[in-house]
Design a protein around this ligand. Structure first.
Ligand SMILES: C[S@@+](CC[C@H](N)C(=O)[O-])C[C@H]1O[C@@H](n2cnc3c(N)ncnc32)[C@H](O)[C@@H]1O
Length: 290
């Protein structure tokens, strides 16, 4: 960035062009998101303040953001924020950046559960930033949610998000390897909700560098065929579901046939269906326990 006097508009134009020439996806949006972050404002502020001169310290901070973005780091890890279910979530490289298609999973759970039910116990397996558990807790004021993860750093961030969205009293965070630390027979859940790691070994090699080099691999890797976690969850979820409770699980595009086969094979579910995401891809399993 040349040494000269900069305004918001001039800087956005220069950065958009620079990102474009360096193949950064969505160059204008990226420039705006990062500049708004540096100025601790929202993007609307930028449009209303195009002529605002930039100070030296702001330029230095923005320059550092541009460098990180150019190296492939996602905007969300640079700003520390991602929106999900119209709520702001803190994110860090310890957690997967919540994806818009995961909102389809939240919708499926809300459709299955009765909002008026005063006795709603839900299990969120692999909670990451806590996005799913927190969205559900906000929508279901009577729900109690056990949210697990193998990563302690993820649980800390989920706790911070739960607190900032004022649902921490109803979300119980547990460090667990899948179902391992859960109290077997005593507690049964109306819904087991999960967005498990489901990327196959071959697909891992093909991921864009924004994901492959920056997002946590333990949040993505589903083993040789991508189904390692999914297989385990379909097999074990019935032991913690109440009668007619639902397993609601996200899956990778192209996994619907294998997932359907696993559900039928288990003989523990009375029926199931698969929902599509906003791009028309099979995305969410809803399987009802017998
Ligand atoms: C695809 S991410 C989903 C994160 C979050 N629920 C979301 O939808 O944005 C999968 C999560 O499962 C966690 N995980 C992976 N293996 C696990 C295991 N064996 N037991 C518990 N959690 C696990 C990862 O740490 C990660 O947070």
């Amino acid at each position: 960035m040349p040494e000269e006097s900069w305004t918001v508009l001039k800087l956005l134009q220069w950065t958009t062009d620079y990102f474009q020439r360096n193949n950064v996806p969505e160059p204008r949006t990226s420039s705006e998101v990062l500049l708004a972050h540096v100025l601790a404002e929202d993007r609307l502020f930028l449009y209303l303040n195009y002529d605002r001169p930039m100070e030296g310290s702001e330029l230095a901070a923005y320059r550092a953001c541009i460098k990180r973005r150019l190296e492939g780091e996602p905007n969300q890890y640079i700003t520390g924020l991602q929106e999900f279910w119209s709520l702001p979530f803190r994110v860090s490289p310890d957690v997967l950046i919540p994806r818009p298609e995961t909102e389809v999973l939240v919708e499926a759970v809300l459709e299955f559960l009765d909002k008026a039910d005063s006795d709603l116990d839900i299990l969120d397996l692999g909670t990451g930033s806590g996005a799913i558990a927190i969205a559900l807790a906000r929508e279901l004021p009577a729900a109690r949610i056990v949210a697990t993860d193998l990563s302690m750093a993820a649980l800390d961030l989920a706790q911070e998000n739960a607190r900032s969205h004022q649902v921490d009293e109803r979300i119980f965070l547990v460090r667990a390897d899948m179902f391992a630390a859960l109290p077997g027979d005593s507690q049964k859940f109306k819904a087991v909700v999960t967005n498990p790691p489901y990327v196959s070994d071959a697909e891992m090699l093909e991921l864009p560098r924004e994901i492959r080099d920056f997002e946590p691999h333990h949040a993505l890797e589903g083993g040789p065929d991508g189904l390692a976690a999914i297989r385990h969850i379909i097999a074990v979820a019935p032991t913690v579901l109440s009668q007619a409770g639902a397993l609601c699980m996200e899956m990778g595009a192209g996994q619907a046939e294998s997932v359907s086969g696993l559900v039928l094979e288990s003989q523990e579910y009375r029926n199931f269906h698969i929902r599509k995401d906003y791009s028309g891809l099979d995305r969410v399993l809803v399987a009802i326990k017998k």
